[in-house]
Design a protein around this ligand. Sequence first.
Ligand SMILES: Nc1nc2c(ncn2[C@@H]2O[C@H](COP(=O)(O)OP(=O)(O)OP(=O)(O)O)[C@@H](O)[C@H]2O)c(=O)[nH]1
Ligand SMILES: [Mg+2]
Length: 335
Amino acid sequence: MLYGIIAAVVVALAVAAVAWWLLRRRPRAADVHRDTPTLAPPARVEGGLARTRRALGERLAGLVGRGLDAGFWTGLEEALLSADVGVAASVGIVERVRRAAPEDAAAARDLLRRELAAAFAGRDRSLTLGGDPAVLVVVGVNGSGKTTTIAKLAARCEAQGLPTLLAAADTFRAAAAEQLAVWAERVGVDIVIGQPGGDPAAVAFDALRAARARGKRVLVVDTAGRLHSKHNLMQELGKVVRVLTREAGEVQEVLLVLDGATGQNAIAQARAFTEVVGVTGIVLTKLDGTARGGIAVAVEQELGIPIKLIGVGEQVEDLVPFEAEDFVDALLGGS
Ligand SMILES: Nc1nc2c(ncn2[C@@H]2O[C@H](COP(=O)(O)OP(=O)(O)OP(=O)(O)O)[C@@H](O)[C@H]2O)c(=O)[nH]1
Ligand SMILES: [Mg+2]
């Protein structure tokens, strides 16, 4: 009898241990779907930032080998400003490097690298792809790269095993839906298109229903480009997000697409969009075509919104998760 009880207890404990182990091993849905897909090789980041690196690198190289006099510090500040790091961020970074009292220019450059990395530290850059489906709304001024980014993003989601639906809620520009449809076909994802001139919120609503009916995991909503200063258009965008929030319970991401070559105006754009639709992440595009990649520092420092993805070309694979260390290395290179 006693042996029977002991045997039963041992078996029960063994079953509990195995169950506990299995539960621990099983990845939780939230973990699986929060990851930003990472398909592009890091080399693209380096290539994409070549222009900024050349411009910044030339200036920094000109400073190495000289004494740490007033001219050095002014030169360092000018180098950062020329890369569009922004006045407040540039002044702050140079001040901190200076206060750390480096011995020579090479040490100052190492401190600069550390300061730039610190400017990006501590932010969650993962895309929230949980939800049923996850709803991602993509916003920004005209021509910033929204539609292209959506295509790249959809390709990534599909490649990660997340069936994706696109919503062409840019009913304003005549060729917009067609442009997205061409991309949808190219990357092999479904799309919902509304009436030209129709209500973008209605298109988004229909697309959400369609996404559910078709068992999609991700819905990405394309919106018309709009100047951040146009009140009515901004309100229209607010309505799109409100309708989706009401119907879906939550909009997982409102991604603001900023053209990396815009310069400091990007800050004003980001402020205006954030006020209306609560931006959750930034996509900084066209970094391949500009020597002003330092705007990434200004954007994060002044707004506190994480840059989640960067666009470094026009091809579908040219969208990469923003990695602070890689970005700073690509920015400064071996200069
Ligand atoms: N070089 C480069 N070009 C890009 C990148 N992202 C987008 N583009 C180009 O920028 C142009 C505008 O891109 P769209 O995606 O149409 O921009 P949009 O924001 O949807 O434009 P609207 O809908 O008119 O507001 C296109 O020629 C794209 O190929 C990038 O990361 N690098
Ligand atoms: Mg577009």
